[in-house]
Design a protein around this ligand. Sequence first.
Ligand code: CDP
Length: 213
Amino acid sequence: MIIAIDGTAASGKGTLAKRVAAHYGLHHLDTGRLYRAVARDTLAAGGDPSDAGAALAAARALDAKSLDDPDLRTPDLGEAASLVARHPEVRKTLLAYQRAFARRKPGAVIDGRDIGTIVCPDADVKLFVTATPEERARRRYREFKDDGIDVTEKEVLADILARDARDKNRAVAPLRQAEDAVLLDTTNLAIDAAFRAAISLIDAAMGRAGRAG
Ligand code: CDP
């Protein structure tokens, strides 16, 4: 059982994916962390995230044990992640890890930008999560503030818009809704309501596919 959850920057797909995984008893992989970790390691080695060679060396040497690093969520690493994510070789290197994760029993919820289109095109259910940029910026700003990160809401909005544009317009695995994905707009939904909406969309999709328990 594979559930693919893609979406725009700061759309809340990570939080949703985590809760959906707990609900169905499945593993969860936040693939944004892979790109953020490659960005972290590229910068730590003195490399430039826009340099394909430097980013590829970091992707090849990536230690899965370092994916829990709380510092991966900073705004700077979000920006740098979207730069390393443009390199086709980096994406190819991270693909094997993601596909192996998807094969874990009893199944997985995987969130990112290209899960329904490239990583797991045969996923049982695909969701595409978004909200208006202003609402996403408001939520992400509050998270940063709670974590003591010094940034303004205006800066967060600018970062979200820049990353969405970069993710949608890149040559490989651009951010887009898979044709068979169901859209979930969380602009007017608090997290509990978004979670309930996701569960009913997933149950309905599984029912259509003849997998309902
Ligand atoms: O949580 P947030 O939406 O801010 O970002 P994230 O999911 O942690 O992803 C950070 C960046 O990694 C994105 O802006 C993308 O450029 C890249 N990414 C990607 O290209 N493909 C994925 N499957 C996941 C993330």
